[in-house]
Design a protein around this ligand. Structure first.
Ligand code: SF4
Length: 212
């Protein structure tokens, strides 16, 4: 594939995953931010199992006042880095409560002032809540774009830089949710479902592995 194929990729993925949206469980934007923070080094499934219960007690930042750090830690202790995550959830709630009248800010600049919110986290939050034109480039999206040869990069950071300049805003908005579902259900790290993949004829990885 090359950049000319991006409209085809975007329209096909939108056909495959109509109304694609994040699979993280949340009932409001504040919970979404907390769920995104928790999802570092964890799967959406693991995060959702915890949050179906945890979010009954944490509907808004002010609810954290009723919870001790130990209680938050206990709620989330089946997830990776739970000690750090619990501390940062509490700190984030305190800042949102004190400085933002419980509302999650909606700019990258302000979001990245919150603990553990990096540019990538802010982008995924804004993409989900406002359909902002950002693709969250993690190792999975990096893998898919390289397999398709839309980029030829060594790591997600490099991929992010290349597509920030090379993909239009429209492509970013169309691809951010669908690419996640595509790597999760088709282009998995091991045993990708190439045989049923609509992009196999244009996929460098497929061509290399099915050349005989
Ligand atoms: S053909 Fe296989 S490797 Fe290529 S994009 Fe599709 S699932 Fe991924």
């Amino acid at each position: 594939m090359n950049k000319k194929d991006l409209p085809f990729l975007a329209s096909k993925l939108n056909e495959m995953f109509p109304n694609a949206k994040t699979e993280l469980y949340y009932t409001n934007n504040f919970q979404l931010l907390i769920a995104i923070l928790m999802s570092a080094q964890a799967t959406d499934k693991q995060v959702n199992i915890i949050n179906k219960n945890f979010f009954n007690f944490l509907k808004k930042p002010g609810d954290a006042k009723k919870l001790w750090l130990e209680e938050i830690t206990e709620f989330i202790n089946s997830i990776s880095f739970f000690n750090n995550k619990a501390k940062n959830i509490l700190k984030t709630c305190e800042i949102l409560d004190k400085n933002y009248s419980w509302k999650v800010p909606n700019t990258i600049e302000e979001l990245t002032k919150l603990p553990w919110v990096w540019i990538k986290t802010a982008k995924v939050y804004l993409a989900v809540t406002q359909n902002a034109p950002y693709i969250w480039v993690d190792t999975h999206v990096h893998r898919v774009l390289n397999r398709l040869w839309l980029v030829k990069t060594k790591n997600p950071l490099e991929t992010d830089k290349v597509i920030s300049k090379g993909f239009t805003k429209e492509n970013h908005a169309l691809l951010h949710n669908t690419l996640v579902l595509f790597w999760r259900y088709y282009c998995t790290a091991r045993n990708p479902k190439c045989d049923t993949c609509p992009f196999k004829e244009k996929c460098n990885y497929y061509k290399k592995n099915h050349s005989n």
